[in-house]
Design a binder for this molecule. Structure first.
Ligand code: FE2
Length: 418
């Protein structure tokens, strides 16, 4: 998985993104490129392959979307150099050229925050992808007044209903700018060979303009994630646990492996340091695969409760999203194992607890039901759905939406006055 990209407009930066196999580097060598808006031409590539000789094996998907940069990833049927043109209008104006290869991860940087950019991918004169639906919106930063994101889990089910969920996410307003996947990205075994059929193809229309940030689930651990999951995504740090910002919100992905905690001592130490370093975020959202407390057909996960919850409590994480159960459940705010602010349901003001949400029914459901129990505010069974969150300054609005109909089945707000 090696790709070399020459970036127009930059002359000397050299960048190494560790992604995928520890020994496989995605290298963007930003030297020897044209300094104009025209593409550079890496050695050995044919800048003008015969029309039609190169096609897309995997449609473009966005990764690492930040304030000033993004990765446009895609795969070609033949080893080739490809060009990503981009700009604030569909007229583009700037471009980056990838190295010769089939697995392309083209980094674009030097972008303006809070700006929509359109892009297209071509090989020679042949456009591989690019129309009005190929765009991304950079993060506007902490001062952003409003943004939305979607959350789902357990999504890559062979023959599942993920395409319905993807289409509904796209049709939902306000538009989700990013998405979280709470693990079990690909069934049955998290294998790289399942990504195209079970996720990249049914979600092609979504992934081209919504950057997703996946966490690992137990099925993704049926194979070595360092040889599969990490070969498919471009994520920060070690990609097992990482964080990023969007608007005034700090997001943290964690790895609960097979129900234990991956690399527990290091992961928890990292989590504490990351939370400490990001206390100034208005909102903190964590997500991982295994629920701790839950009334679904899954049991309590004692490792999550004992290892993660105390840290989430200490730093007053606002919302936690999980999957694993193919159903939906939102708990009342919880702190130190106790429900708090129950009387405010469903519009909370400064709740002294964390809201835990299981939303693992984006592609398949289970016949088991979730009982009304002492800790859940709402449960929805046997329904394909996803969760959509809009952050407007110091108010967070959560909605959970049926994929087939668009019906809003859950709505909750949290407002911060302090
Ligand atoms: Fe699972």
């Amino acid at each position: 998985m090696t790709s070399i990209a020459c970036k127009a407009g930059e002359s000397e930066a050299r960048r190494t993104l560790v992604a995928g196999l520890a020994t496989l580097l995605v290298v963007a060598i930003l030297s020897g490129c044209d300094s104009t808006s025209g593409p550079g031409t890496p050695p050995g590539s044919d800048p003008n392959p015969p029309p039609g000789s190169v096609q897309l094996e995997r449609a473009p998907y966005l990764q690492l979307l930040g304030e000033r940069s993004v990765i446009v990833a895609f795969r070609t049927t033949e080893a080739a150099s490809a060009v990503v043109e981009y700009g604030p209008t569909p007229g583009f104006g700037q471009s980056v050229t990838s190295a010769v290869g089939t697995h392309h991860a083209v980094e674009i940087d030097g972008l303006a925050p809070g700006q929509r950019y359109y892009y297209k991918v071509r090989a020679g004169t042949t456009t591989l992808a690019g129309d009005a639906t190929h765009f991304f919106e950079t993060d506007a930063g902490r001062a952003d007044s409003e943004f939305s994101f979607f959350v789902t889990g357990d999504i890559g089910q062979p023959g599942g209903e993920q395409a319905t969920t993807g289409s509904r996410i796209l049709a939902t307003q306000p538009r989700a700018e990013i998405g979280l996947i709470c693990g079990d990205v690909i069934y049955p075994d998290g294998e790289s060979s399942g990504y195209d059929e079970n996720l990249m193809q049914p979600w092609a229309g979504l992934l081209r303009n919504v950057a997703v940030w996946p966490a690992l689930g137990n099925h993704d651990w049926h194979v070595d994630p360092d040889l599969n999951f990490r070969a498919e995504w471009y994520l920060p740090g070690n990609e097992h646990y990482y964080s990023f910002d969007r608007g005034n919100t700090h997001f943290i992905a964690l790895d609960t492996r097979d129900g234990d905690i991956y690399d527990a001592a290091n992961q928890v130490a990292w989590l504490r340091a990351d939370l400490e370093a990001n206390r100034d975020a208005t909102w903190t959202v964590a997500y991982y695969h295994h629920p701790g407390y839950t009334c679904t057909y899954k049991d309590y996960n004692d490792a999550v409760i004992a290892t993660l919850h105390p840290v989430l409590d200490e730093f007053a994480v606002d919302v936690v999203f999980m999957g694993h159960a193919h159903t939906y459940e939102r708990l009342y705010p919880i702190r130190s194992g106790q429900v708090v602010a129950r009387e405010q349901e469903p519009n909370y003001q400064d709740p002294a607890g964390t809201v835990y949400v299981v939303t693992g029914a984006g592609a398949k459901t289970n016949s088991s039901t979730t009982p009304d129990c002492d800790i859940n505010a709402l449960a929805i069974d046997r329904t394909i759905l996803f969760t959509h969150v809009t952050v407007r300054g110091r108010t967070l609005e959560l909605r959970t939406i049926e994929s087939a109909t668009g019906t809003v089945r859950d709505r909750m707000t949290i407002t911060k006055t302090q």
